[in-house]
Design a protein around this ligand. Sequence first.
Ligand code: IVH
Length: 696
Amino acid sequence: MSKGSTADVPVADLTADQAATELARLAVEIEHHDRLYYQQAAPEVSDATYDDLRRRNEAIEARFPDLVRPDSPSRRVGAAPAGGFAEVVHSVPMLSLGNAFDDADVAEFLARIRRFLALEAEAEITLVAEPKIDGLSCSLRYEQGRLVQGATRGDGTRGENVTANVRTIADLPARLRGRGWPDVVEVRGEIFMSRADFQALNKRQEAAGEKIFANPRNAAAGSLRQLDSRITATRPLHFAAYHWGEVSAPLGDTIWAVREKFAAWGFAMNEPTRLCRSLEEALAYYRQMMSDRPTLPGDIDGVVYKVNRLDWQARLGFVSRAPRWAIAHKFPAEQAQTILRAIDIQVGRTGALTPVARLEPVTVGGVVVSNATLHNEDEIKRKDVRVGDTVVVQRAGDVIPQVVSVIMEKRPRKSEEYVFPQKCPVCHSLAVREPGEAVRRCTGGLICPAQAVERLKHFVSRNAFDIEGLGGKHIAAFWQDKLIRTPGDIFRLRDHRDAIVDREGWGEQSADNLLAAIEARRTIALDRFIYALGIRQVGQATARLLARHYATLDQLRQNMAAAADPEGTEYTDLLNIDGVGPALLADLVGFFSEAHNNEILDDLATELEIVPLTPARTADSPIAGKTVVFTGTLETMSRGEAKSRAEALGAKVAGSVSKKTDYVVIGADAGSKARKAAELGVTTLGEADWLALIAS
Ligand code: IVH
């Protein structure tokens, strides 16, 4: 399609493909004008023409939110040299919540808490039940009762400083009212816009020829992230408090008590909130909220249950990035019907072929959906999905939309069963399915460009190297032009500055920004590094486990190489890590024995400084770095709690006793592990000794 033809199509008439082309074109063009205007003070178009370009970009993004580009001008907001907002590092991370999708999941949540805390079956667990507001979370820091900082969640560790903007929100006090607040307190909650305000705002925007928002959530996010807080001030934003971060003194013994304080200090609260004393009461609240949902002012996508007692919360702690003491009970997904235009196959970084449905764009729960996942070969067969079918798509929260079923009555007469490709659509290598596996994988491995590009995208992604300004599209383009072929190449890009500057859509400033972002990541923690490698089955939690266990990249590599021998101690040592099973072991050993992977690791080692995880305040714990095995039944806590307490203090918890074990903690009715410890001469501790040791 020629450049002129999409540029002339009115936004309302664009197809999804044309929209993608247009967004790409606008990103380049707007960046070009930004550069001329901001850096060279030599604009070549009028302000009105420039505004039209931005407005068109925003209108297309509002119609096709899932086509929004990582390098979109709407995300850049002008060419502000500082890149927009300053960064805020959250001293207490802002975490997410695990999900429950049905009553059984909620029952299991309670049972898990009971097991973990070793509570009697009848013991009452009081839950605080709250609406789960569909907005964006925000952390407000007060020092000596004055609001000193407002920050978005960002990736949970680092967010954006939006202090000037949060000050414009009426639901939160600039100075805490009353008395009794700690010197430092971070109040956390959700920023949102009511449905009525959202509709009124869109009307005003439309009349003024300004950006139309897809849903209240986007409107709230867009309003909060204005570089000019005068604009935020005109937007009807609300804040509801429900949690807290850093505090210089404890706030109370229960959530309920803390809520009362927040309200007294002048915060609007998350309502209606209820105390529930049983599973039945919690589920009754959920059903009530589901039926009240249409009459509530703001969008909610479920309810949240939290353990009211804060001493129990402290014991329960966190798994990965979500607390054990809270869960989100989601409302059922929203659905819509549309036509399936095509089935495309995407090749992932491990070679998995994933079928993607290309749909006639349809609005599902307030968002335009034009792509959805079809999961895998068997799912297509089971649902008998065919090109041309009318299908039901569903979208729940931030989950990828999916094709649920086919409306058979609407099937066109001449439809053909879909045949899943047996070859990789990118490198044409054979694609095979291992016995018992649902996915078909490309066997092209290192020669498959799709896999190479996906691996690189993963390498720079948010939870890995997190290189700002190096999105998927850039990786693909740099790969194409051979600027980046291996992860190490990223760190040699500075030798190709001129080549980057000369690229279409780039320039001095954007090239320098990118190179600076890369330099900022030359030092990296071992867990992020391991995760970035994209080893099959190694997610963030496993990466952290390995980083903690092996401490340095060299030790990790030596151990992985040696673990190939099932007779060796490294093999048993690896299997002994709680959370490592034979399948994961095979993937790890496989990865580290591959010559090409070792070349990449050698190369990266020369470019990077990889630092060990610094376990927070565990260095001086008496069990830091020790290997502990639990056996038998403990009286004061469950096995799960014992394990997480030990890990929190920097110990490794192993499943079986070996010469490397430092302590075996022996509970009632201990069996062979106690004997083995005696044989090997490993120190054994009774429960009381153990408690004394970790208290010391
Ligand atoms: S508590 C450590 N309570 O949901 C727990 N979150 O899926 C912190 N959210 O990022 C979160 N309503 O943006 C909590 N009543 C509520 C909530 C809520 C909405 C959001 C919040 C969080 C996300 C997690």
